[in-house]
Each structure stands twice: as C-alpha cells, then as structure tokens.
Design a protein around this ligand. Structure first.
Ligand SMILES: [Zn+2]
Length: 341
C-alpha cells in the first residue's frame, strides 16, 4: 500500500513539475538547459548488464527525448550558445544543449544516427588519453572484476574483497553472489572517497592475487569514429581531462594543469577543430581548476542540476542528468527538465 501511495505521489509530483517547471517559464532573460547523458545502450546489450543504472538511457528513450525536445525547444550546441552570448547576439528564450560525458563507443553506435537524422547538435566530452584504447574507467573495471570473481573463483572470493573494502562501508556483505545494481552504485559511491589512482592500484592487486585478467573490447570511441561524427557537422568535442582525474583540492596543481591543457591540445590535434568547452570529471573542481579552465576554455560544465541564464558563471554551468529510470516516458522526462525533481 505504502509503495502504491509513494508511486502515486511521485507520479503526481512529476505531472506538476512537467506542466509548471522551469522549462515552461518564459522570463526576459534567455535560459539554457544543458542535458547530460553518458551511455546509450539497449537493455539486452552485454555492456548494459554490468553498468550502473544512472549511466544509461536506451536508444528508444533517447529517440523519444530528442523528438520531444525538437518539438518544444530550440536545440543549440553548447559552444554556439556561449559564442552568441559573448558576442551580445540575441538568444532564443529557452534553449537546450545536448552533452555526453566520457566518450563511449555506444554514443557513435546508438546516439549519432538519431542526432544526424533529426539534425540535432551535441557535444561529446572526451577523456583524451583513453580514446582509441581498451582502458576502462574504474567503476566498469570494478563491476567486471566482481562478476568475474563470483563466476570463476568463488573459493577465493572473500579475502581480496574484504581487503578491498577496508575502510569503505557499504550495506553489501561479501558472499558468492554478485551485488545487485543498487548495491553496486552504493559501493561505487563509497569508493569515490579513495583517489582514482588508489582504486586502479587496488583493482590491479586483486587481479594479481587471483590471477584474473579481464580482457574487454574497447568501450570508448576511437579517433576515427570521432572524426566522422565531427565531419557531419552535428558533433563537437569538448575536454573531460586526459585521464578522468577528479580535479579536487587533493590533486597537485601541476597535475590539474596538465590534465586541463594537454587534453585540449590532444583533441585539437586529432580532430582539427577548436576545443572550447570543458567538463569537470565527477563534477569536482578546485578553485585552481576553475582558474585554469577559465584561462584556456570558453566555458565549463558541472553536474549541478539546474537551468542556466546569461548571468550564470560560464565556468560553472549547471546540467540536468538523464538516465533511463527517471526519464523513460514523456511526463517523467519533462518533470526532469523542470529542474525540480
Ligand atoms: Zn566522466
């Protein structure tokens, strides 16, 4: 009963937000909502099985989003909106910009055909040193490692898992069964307290102890796919650092600077187009990072969910994150666009 009530309340709130939210507002100052996607994957795709729900939207849902946006809003590329604003040109009242984080190969497979067909521009934020490699981000490495241990080496499962988790508290108790997707998200959230380097080292150690080597096909885009998308005129590249390093205060300044500058250089060399937009990995930024990004880029995006106006700091732009479980139908999607839910 409580569950039904909760569902009804949620649905009611969604209807209110969908009909009266920020996206329906017509103020005098032009507004921009920047949408943040990560992966576009069919439910049955192998790559979707071990991925966090908060990272994915299905191709069907993505198509529905794009069609609805086209009907109701002006869709503009992020760099174009910033350029027009900086030049003092008139901007439409309510614009939407589409962005993708990390540079997943599935963006080329499942998002690009939809964007091209509907003539919708988008920005893909690339992790420049990982493009065209088989390297993986640690949440995906971790999910695959846990799956591999549970299937292949249940006898040796507990020891390294406990070592791993030392100092990282979650409700998941290690056993021979895999964490479900919710538990996986919780483990990942807790492990984010460690540095990226530390997490990779720990995964390497467990792989070594258990003599497990996980081989996966490349998950990320390569430069050729990226070039083809850029040449279409619909896709532009932004920087998401060289190694997806979180730019917080614990990171030495020289490393932060290299990640900010080198990634821009590498992408520009490969794609022969200017890179003017930056995306802070994990939404983390130090004062130093903002200062350096301000010197080398025209704008930068965060993960704070809200709309932007011409008065929003262009180096701390808000974005509305989209994933399947909160945007699979039109009402839920519009409610998300409201910036309220
Ligand atoms: Zn990222």
């Amino acid at each position: 009963m409580l569950k039904i009530l909760k569902q009804l309340t949620k649905r009611g709130l969604q209807h209110i937000a969908a009909n009266f939210g920020r996206h329906q507002h017509t103020g005098s100052d032009p507004e921009l909502a920047i949408l943040m996607y990560h992966r576009i994957l069919p439910k049955q795709d192998n790559r979707a099985q071990l991925e966090e729900p908060g990272m994915m939207v299905t191709p069907e849902t993505f198509t529905m989003h794009m069609q609805l946006l086209k009907q109701q809003f002006t869709i503009i590329s992020l760099s174009q909106w910033i350029k027009q604003k900086n030049n003092g040109e008139k901007l439409p009242a309510r614009c939407i910009a589409i962005t993708f984080d990390d540079g997943w190969a599935d963006n080329y497979e499942f998002a690009f055909p939809v964007l091209k067909k509907l003539a919708i521009p988008a920005t893909i934020f690339l992790v420049s040193d990982m493009i065209g490699t088989t390297q993986q981000f640690w949440p995906e490495r971790l999910a695959q490692l846990l799956a591999s241990i549970a299937t292949n080496r249940p006898d040796k499962w507990q020891l390294p898992a406990l070592q791993w988790i030392t100092g990282v508290k979650t409700s998941y108790t290690f056993s021979h069964r895999l964490p479900d997707q919710e538990q996986l998200s919780e483990i990942i959230a807790q492990i984010k307290k460690l540095t990226d380097e530390d997490v990779h080292t720990r995964i390497n150690e467990i792989e070594e102890i258990l003599q497990i080597k996980i081989e996966t096909p490349p998950d990320l885009l390569n430069w050729q796919q990226m070039s083809e998308m850029c040449e279409s005129g619909f896709i532009e590249a932004g920087s998401h650092t060289c190694h997806h390093i979180r730019l917080n205060n614990t990171q030495p300044e020289n490393i932060q600077l290299a990640e900010i500058i080198q990634s821009k250089k590498q992408i520009e060399q490969h794609l022969a187009q200017p890179v003017t937009a930056f995306c802070y990995p994990n939404g983390n930024f130090s004062d130093y990072a903002i200062q350096q990004v301000t010197q080398h880029y025209d704008c930068a995006v965060t993960t704070k969910a809200d709309w932007n106006t011409t008065k929003t700091n262009p180096y701390l732009l808000n974005r509305i994150g989209l994933h399947e479980d909160i945007s699979a139908d039109k009402t839920a999607f519009l409610a998300r666009l409201s910036g309220w839910l």
